[in-house]
Ligand binder design. Sequence first.
Ligand SMILES: [Zn+2]
Length: 251
Amino acid sequence: MLRKLISYIFGKNNKVKFRATEIRDQFTPVNTPIENNIDAKCPYCRHELEKIPQRKTKCPFCKQFMYIRTLPKTRERVLVSEQRKKEIDEEWYLSEMMERYSISKEEYEATKSRLAEKFKCQPRNNDIWWTLFNRKRIVEISKEHMGYYRMITYEMAQLLISEGRDKAALRFLFEVCYLDCNDYHYFEDKSRIVAPAILSDINRIAKENHITKDQLKEKYFKEITGIARDIYPYTKYPVDKSFTIFEDQLT
Ligand SMILES: [Zn+2]
């Protein structure tokens, strides 16, 4: 099961090798057990709480929502405000992505500085990641590391989704579908199959944006025919045939 799960996440053509230790030393969590060190006080009004909340809870005194999170560096569990929750989630994302794609802290910081100069203000995290992923994707495809390329394409779709740019995300999700149909994944049975997470994203976007199955098909053909021709010659599977592989799973 675990292998299968890893297979969904990582690509086929290149097994993921983490430069884990050096990056972890700079930024990421240490593997110590989770410590419960929760201060049972509301992070906003500091009122003493009757019991420690287990999940998102409204403070009975100030009526604001508080959250339970684990800190990436110390693995300490903490009760935090909405703003702090966002910061912690970003720290987790940062450490996970740096480890998964071997991005160093220096590379991240250099990208951040370049964007700050360009935008004349501090860039948003999504802008930094978009730039890093874009660059990384070109590097991976130039090395014919299609598995990594697929993973990064998926991350870019997720960035767009997190910004509510669902229609723009579709193009990236379609590309992942096509790569999966070309067997650039790592499924045990070696059959051409699109990862369920991708299809559920596509189905949700289609439903929420009133996109019909025919429209999806038309968009897929348009996007993928161009991509398959121009971007990578490593994909061999015919575009029209690829659509039939997951067509039945579109709702
Ligand atoms: Zn409160």
